[in-house]
Every structure is written in structure tokens, then in C-alpha cells.
Design a protein around this ligand. Structure first.
Ligand SMILES: [Zn+2]
Length: 322
């Protein structure tokens, strides 16, 4: 799933090409992509894009309106896991199979436009599960209702971070990836952040000391800012290679590979449609989370979800390494 660094870079590119341009029309490959009926999608046709912003992992295009600011139109795009953008010449057709929609932008309508040319933003989803979505809403309240109230980690103070972490008792991995607690962090960057902070993904948030929270906060900033800069630098004309698996990642997608810090083998715990990757030497005092005690606890079954893992861990009490 595109997370904060990928979404930030997407927004910069989409903003550069669309702010100040009229959205002439939206061509939909499937009517199911659009999850709202009111206001009708045609309401936004011909309107000029005022700004492009991030709401959690969503991308929001806000349009100029003659009406009051609280009645602005917002087009909200959620890429989910496999949603991606391409920027193509104006009027380019929607690619078969993976194409979801095409948004045609006319030539610049205002002086504020960075680029003057018309073009088409193609929205694709390379997955049989079509989960990406498009919403058109009017007004700030309707916009905010679309996203969970996760903390914006790059704007937050350490105290705010601590409040969120201690508001519920979860494993660090689950807390960081819960969009109701934190905004924009998913499976990939949570692995990287926890490795950077040298913390176990299954450490419980209630047991974090103030020092540990300060360390975690520094790692969140360092990992997200470094990766945003890195992705920005390599994005070229338009980000075409958006993936959760990057060669320079330390542990995410690196099962069995050497940890770049200590050279030990990266390990993982898999559950239904996700996994956590970690370095035992750097993060769990050398202990394997998938060792016999965990296997016994799981009775040979891997947990289907992080919630199930937490429940089993709770029942297993302190027998698991942290
Ligand atoms: Zn290591």
C-alpha cells in the first residue's frame, strides 16, 4: 500500500500538473469505483483544481468554487494496496484490465499553474480485488468523515505520540499500522521504523518507557523523511515504480537477507495477508519470535491477524520475548 512517503511524492507530482487546471471530465472503467452519488460526479467537471493534499493515505483534489469555502468540492482518491497513477497525454485511453479511471485535465486556466500543458491522470489497480476508491464530497466535514482520525506523525509532538501509543495496549507493529492511531504508516514503513528504533514488533505499547517513545519518535521522523527524500529524488518525470519493496529497505521484504546493521538474518512472522519483518539481533535480543515457544502457543497455526497474535500472546503471558 502506498504509505506516507509514496503518497507525499505522488501528491507533489499530481499538484504540479493539475493545480490551476480544469478537470474536464472523469472517464470511469467501472461505475463501482465511485462510492458517492451526491454530489453527482459531473458537478466537478470544468472546475479548476485549487490544491492537492493528503488525508491519511488518501489523495485529495480540492476544486475552486464560487460558493463559500466550507462548500468546496473534494475528489478523494484511495489507492488501497494496488492503486497507482500514470500521467499520460491528454485523452489517453484507460488501459484494459487494470484501468480504473482517467481524469482529463485541460490546459492551465490560471497563472498559478506550474505546468501549462493539458494531460490525463490514469488511475490503475493491478489486482483482482478492486478495493481502490473514488469519492466526491462537498465541504470539510464530509471530507474529514472519510478518513480515520490518525495522528499526523510528522507534525506531532512526542507527548502527542505518547498519548496515542498509550491510549490502547497493542503490539507496536499493530499500533503503528492502525490508521485510527497513526496516519500514513503501513506494513512496509512500520517494519523499517521498528528496525531503526531497535524495537521488537511485538513489544506492547503499555510497556514503553518515556525514553523508548522518544527513540521511536526520532526513528519515525528519520525513516519517513529519509524515504520521502529518496523517493522524491528518484521519481523523475512522474513516479512510475511505486512499490512497498525497495532495495535499500533494511528488513521489509528482506526475509533471510542480511541485516544492514549487524549482518544477521532478517526474520519474519506471517499472518493472513501480511507479515512483519525484523532482525532478531537488533530488535529482540537475538530471540526468534517464531521459535518453539511461539509455535507451541500457536499450536502450529500462524495467527490470522495481529489481533489474534495479541490475544494469544496475552494468554501466553510473559513466555514470549519482547
Ligand atoms: Zn540487525
Amino acid at each position: 500500500m502506498p504509505e506516507l512517503p509514496d503518497v507525499t511524492v505522488y501528491i507533489e507530482h499530481v499538484a504540479r500538473r493539475t493545480v490551476g487546471h480544469p478537470l474536464e471530465r472523469i472517464r470511469l472503467a467501472s461505475p463501482f469505483l465511485l462510492r458517492t452519488a451526491d454530489p453527482p460526479i459531473a458537478t466537478v467537471f470544468g472546475k479548476v483544481v485549487r490544491r492537492v493534499t493528503r488525508l491519511g493515505k488518501r489523495i485529495v483534489l480540492t476544486f475552486e468554487t464560487e460558493k463559500k469555502k466550507d462548500e468546496e468540492l473534494h475528489l478523494v482518491i484511495h489507492l488501497m494496496i494496488a492503486g497507482r497513477f500514470r500521467w499520460k497525454p491528454h485523452g489517453t485511453g484507460i488501459p484494459g484490465k487494470i484501468g480504473l479511471a482517467a481524469l482529463d485535465f485541460g490546459p492551465a486556466a490560471t497563472k498559478s499553474a506550474t505546468e501549462k500543458d493539458a494531460g490525463t491522470l490514469i488511475f490503475t489497480e493491478a489486482s483482482s480485488k478492486k478495493r481502490a476508491s473514488l469519492h466526491l464530497v462537498r465541504g470539510q466535514a464530509a471530507l474529514l468523515a472519510l478518513a480515520p482520525d490518525g495522528l499526523e506523525v510528522l507534525d506531532a509532538s512526542t507527548e502527542e505520540l505518547a498519548d496515542r501509543l498509550r491510549s490502547e495496549n497493542h503490539t507496536l507493529k499493530r499500533a503503528l499500522t492502525d490508521p485510527h492511531l497513526f496516519s500514513g504508516i503501513g506494513n512496509a514503513y512500520s517494519d523499517e521504523i521498528l528496525h531503526h528504533a531497535r524495537m521488537s514488533p511485538v513489544k506492547l505499547t503499555s510497556r514503553l518507557t518515556d525514553d523508548e517513545i522518544r527513540t521511536l519518535h526520532a526513528s519515525i521522523r528519520e525513516v519517513l523523511v529519509t524515504w520521502t527524500d529518496r523517493l522524491r529524488a528518484r521519481s523523475g518525470e512522474f513516479p512510475e515504480q511505486v512499490t512497498a519493496f525497495q532495495p535499500e529497505m533494511a528488513v521489509h521484504g528482506k526475509y533471510g537477507k542480511p541485516c544492514p546493521r549487524c549482518g544477521g538474518r532478517v526474520q519474519r512472522i506471517r499472518y493472513a495477508d501480511n507479515e512483519m519483518n525484523y532482525c532478531p539481533a537488533c530488535q529482540t535480543e537475538g530471540k526468534l519470535l517464531a521459535d518453539r515457544s511461539l509455535s507451541r502457543l500457536m499450536r502450529g497455526d500462524w495467527p490470522k491477524t495481529l489481533e489474534a497474535l495479541e490475544a494469544k500472546k496475552e494468554r501466553g503471558r510473559a513466555s514470549l520475548p519482547e
